[in-house]
Design a protein around this ligand. Structure first.
Ligand SMILES: NC(=O)C1=CN([C@@H]2O[C@H](COP(=O)(O)OP(=O)(O)OC[C@H]3O[C@@H](n4cnc5c(N)ncnc54)[C@H](O)[C@@H]3O)[C@@H](O)[C@H]2O)[C@H](O)CC1
Ligand SMILES: [K+]
Length: 514
């Protein structure tokens, strides 16, 4: 699914009304009707008081449409206009006028704190104050209204976006954002829904189609792409009957130091689980017996040094490499990386301490192989890029880094984002249980396993992140978030592949009486 910017959505609106020869208020009617249908299906006429707060723009206009339809269908509706400015939009006014067709009680005009209504915990609040058109900080009594509504226990439903958030810009005032329980957003989710600083205000959302021009939606390069099952299925490469293990390549995992050999085991095992034909683990000498015992399928090469990596001597040509998990940042390890980066032709995943080595020794950037995949968590990313001001700034700086160095960067987090130049891929799988030691080592192994099978680096990155998150979801459903361990995630990779093509359970039909 595509994530469009607010600018693109306005453009889509305009193209849609032109091509479909409809008025903007027809489009608003569609949008409001979709939300009304959503509510009506769930409420079935229940007389719960519904308080609709409408701004003075088109988000407010949507609120007026929703209110009119609810009143027409006999619901218990209380409408308010958050009258913060007299610059009411044309389509707000059209729908304001239409209210009189269904009720004699005109929406309550709010102009100060004194107008805040009483709301009971069982009531419903609909936030149609501001949507994608919010262009400055909320202040004065409008900010107080948001805080007043937040303090109420009533269920809060946001129209298009929670008021106080921007679609694709950083948060300005965390104390002036509606804490919506649920958001119904039009046509495409907004980027701010997926980033930690803003996404916390959007715990649940659904996308409602409003029939924007299909050609525009298909042909426009989006701000970002959301990667869910449907997208991930397209990445999968079917195996052929006469393939042999050479077809799936020979992955090399360069990992571990004294006390951190587990990182090499997790990554190597995950490369196998992702489908690599052969896996060799390169570890310091102290890791030899550990690896041969813990992972008999892997071949093991060792450094001359006992406790950390100093020189990566190979006796084969790897088809993919994952490097950095638990390797520490010793000077000799940095030299080994310089040599590896300069000499190796295989596609490469660069993780953990290898990223820290780059941050501490920027000359490594000069030899970074093109299309390498870097997998930093937030701390590692900030060490690499320097401090960032907010989630959006971080994305922009990552894009610039990716372009400058021709690399793919995976920003790990709740919604892991893969960045390649201006392209952003937002992952939808994963859960808080995966914030556990070794989870990143598994991811690096998975991506190396995909690379070794010939997946293109960008696809290996995006697909690997999806599979890793899906495996984490499968495990957490079995054992709880708390009990998820990295080795469980690795073990569940097989089920993540199977889940990729599993049919979603269909709603059961009532048995027919004969
Ligand atoms: N394609 C779609 O998604 C459709 C969306 N619709 C709805 O329209 C809104 C966007 O409407 P717009 O009028 O452009 O903006 P808002 O209603 O969000 O804001 C109104 C207006 O208010 C002014 N303003 C902005 N910030 C402030 C502030 N802090 N204080 C006071 N006033 C402010 C500014 O002038 C804004 O323009 C979208 O979210 C959907 O809900 C259509 O109904 C259908 C198509
Ligand atoms: K809203």
């Amino acid at each position: 699914m595509k994530i469009f910017s607010s600018e693109q959505l306005y453009q889509a609106d305009q193209i849609t009304t032109e091509k479909q020869q409809i008025t903007p208020s027809d489009l608003m009617e569609r949008a409001g009707t979709q939300i009304f249908n959503w509510l009506h299906q769930r409420m079935q006429g229940a007389q719960v008081p519904i308080h609709i707060f409408c701004g003075i723009g088109n988000n407010g206009g949507d609120g007026l449409v929703i209110g009119r339809l609810l009143i027409e269908n006999g619901y218990n509706v209380h409408m308010y206009v958050v009258n913060c400015s007299d610059k009411r939009s044309k389509n707000f006014l059209i729908n304001y006028d239409r209210i009189k067709n269904v009720t004699k009680s005109w929406p309550h005009l709010m102009t100060s704190e004194e107008d805040f209504p009483e709301i009971n915990p069982e009531d419903i609040i609909i936030d149609a104050i501001f949507g994608i058109g919010m262009n400055r900080k909320l202040d004065g009594w409008v900010k107080k209204l948001i805080q007043y509504l937040n303090a109420e226990k009533a269920f809060k439903l946001a129209v298009d976006m929670p008021t106080g958030l921007y679609a694709n810009e950083p948060l300005q005032d965390p104390e002036a954002v509606l804490q919506a329980n649920h958001t119904l957003t039009f046509q495409a989710p907004k980027l701010s829904f997926f980033l930690p600083e803003t996404g916390k205000y959007v715990p649940f959302f659904e996308v409602l189609e409003i029939g924007l021009d299909p050609e525009f939606l298909h042909t426009t390069e989006p701000l970002a792409e959301l990667i869910a099952k449907q997208e991930a299925q397209k990445f999968y490469k079917q195996r052929q009957k006469f393939d042999h293990k050479g077809t799936y390549g020979h992955a090399l995992v360069i990992a571990g130091s004294y006390g951190k050999i587990g990182a090499a085991i997790l990554a190597s095992k995950s490369a196998f689980k992702a489908g690599a034909g052969l896996v060799t683990s390169f570890v310091p000498k102290c890791g030899y017996s550990i690896l041969q015992t813990a992972l008999p399928e892997a071949m093991v090469l060792t450094d001359t040094e006992d406790t950390f990596i100093t020189d990566i001597q190979l006796n084969f040509e790897p088809s993919a490499i994952a490097v950095g998990m638990g390797i520490a940042t010793e000077k000799k390890t940095v030299s080994a990386l310089v040599k590896l980066f300069s000499e190796t032709k295989a596609p490469m995943v660069i993780d953990a301490d290898a990223i820290n080595c780059i941050s501490e020794n920027k000359e490594l950037l000069k030899v970074l192989p093109k299309y390498s995949i870097l997998t930093p968590h937030l701390g590692e990313l900030e060490r690499l890029l320097g401090p960032t001001k907010n989630d959006f700034d971080r994305i922009e700086k990552t894009k610039a880094f990716s372009k400058k160095n021709d690399v793919i960067v995976i920003i790990k987090g709740a919604n892991t984002i893969t960045v390649f130049g201006d392209k952003l891929y937002v992952n939808t799988t994963g859960n808080p249980g995966m914030a556990t030691a070794g989870s990143g080592d598994v991811l690096s192994g998975v991506i190396a396993g995909l690379l070794s099978q010939g997946y293109d680096p960008l696809i290996a990155a995006v697909f690997g992140v999806y599979l890793h998150g899906s495996a984490g979801n499968i495990v957490s459903q079995q054992v709880s978030y708390e009990a998820v361990m990295a080795s469980d995630i690795s073990n569940a990779l097989g089920n993540a592949y199977l889940a990729l093509f599993e049919q979603e359970p269909q709603p059961q039909e009532e048995p027919q009486e004969k």
